[in-house]
Ligand binder design. Structure first.
Ligand code: AMP
Ligand code: TRP
Length: 330
């Protein structure tokens, strides 16, 4: 059976960008019983930001609750916690020996994060993170990895590592394909549309969190920056409006061209109010389900993780044994 793998890091509260670029699609995909779907929580990847332990626990459970709320149905799809399947760490170490410094130096996410500070003071974990991501994918023979735009380069590196290993030791890994949706693969910050909407900003006035209440969502959208001029239209000189139109198009199911026509001659105010209503309307039912699963006494999260752990371990351990055999590891 074909397999699909993707993950969401528990490094902060899930954003509307995560939902539009990834999780919304994961819910739809996992309804297809002809493929096995694995949507996991890469909590080992989260260590690169040295989170507070209690917060890490809370965010990890919350990520599972959001996955369930987005419709990742765990009867024929699996949710699991990365740290509960030790094969991920073990394969990472092995794959470190099939990845070069040159390759990791080219990863734009590392360059962005190391950024102004340079690489000297950066953690090895952050640098090595794409290798662990390769292990996450290759353990499951995933053919497809549905991600937002920012993760495409990491999946391409995974392809190179898999091909290199296969060439040296014979067919071992399936070479995966990243799938990035056409619209909404990079939702931008509402206060700075040159920046990706992200979980980890100290100032979250430009990031909509799925956890935000209705009033907060409305305020963030009504206060979103706009572009010069007054037309509700897309364009290279209109990054803010382009971003908001993409959000409205994906969530409302109307094409951007139709929306431009619909709002022609109408001001930013009316457009923003309609967008706020649409976002609130979309998130509200998800939050209700999420909050229900997070309540004390609900065992939904634990039972989903147990079900996922069982299948993930079975596949990951078998793959790791095969790799060790090939390498002469007793
Ligand atoms: P992360 O929050 O980095 O764990 O991302 C989880 C998934 O959401 C990945 O597939 C990302 O590519 C996707 N994603 C994160 N931020 C955005 C964004 N601003 N727009 C679209 N997709 C995003
Ligand atoms: N690096 C991904 C992100 O930041 C999360 C991730 C870790 C992932 N392992 C993965 C995504 C494997 C897809 C497949 O979003």
């Amino acid at each position: 059976m074909k397999r699909v793998v993707s993950g969401i890091k528990p490094t902060g509260d899930v954003t509307l960008g995560n939902y539009i670029g990834a999780m919304r699609r994961w819910g739809e995909m996992s309804a297809n019983p002809e493929k096995e779907h694995f949507f996991f929580v890469p909590n080992l990847h989260a260590l690169t930001v040295r989170p507070d332990p209690a917060e890490l626990k809370r965010m990890s459970r919350s990520a599972v609750a959001w996955l369930l709320a987005c419709g990742v149905d765990h009867d024929h799809s699996y949710i699991f916690m990365q740290s509960q399947v030790p094969a991920h760490s073990e394969l990472t170490w092995i794959l470190n020996n099939y990845t070069t410094l040159g390759e990791l130096n080219r990863m734009t996410q590392f360059k962005d994060k190391a950024g102004r500070a340079g690489s000297e003071g950066q953690l090895v974990g952050l640098y090595d993170y794409p290798v662990m991501m390769a292990a996450d994918i290759l353990l499951y023979d995933a053919e497809e990895v549905p991600v937002g735009e920012d993760q495409k380069q990491h999946v391409e590196l995974t392809r190179d590592i898999a091909t290199r290993f296969n060439n040296l030791y014979g067919d071992t890994f399936v070479v995966p394909q990243p799938t990035v949706q056409k619209e909404g693969a990079r939702i931008m910050n509402l206060q700075d549309p040159t920046k990706k909407m992200s979980k980890r900003d100290l100032d979250d006035s430009g990031n909509i969190l799925l956890d935000d209440d209705e009033k907060t969502i409305e305020k963030k959208i009504l206060k979103a920056v706009t572009d010069s001029g007054s037309a509700v239209a897309t364009g290279a000189d209109k990054p803010a409006l382009t971003n908001m139109l993409v959000i409205m198009s994906v969530l409302g199911g109307k094409s951007i061209e139709d929306l431009e026509l619909q709002y022609a001659g109408r001001g930013y105010g009316e457009f923003k109010q309609d967008l706020a209503d649409l976002v609130v309307h979309t998130i509200k039912p998800l939050r209700k389900v999420h909050d229900q699963y997070m309540k004390e006494g609900s065992d939904k999260i634990d039972s989903a993780l147990k079900h996922g752990w069982w299948r993930a371990s079975e596949l990951a351990n078998a793959k790791l044994t095969r790799v060790k055999d090939k390498l002469g590891l007793l």
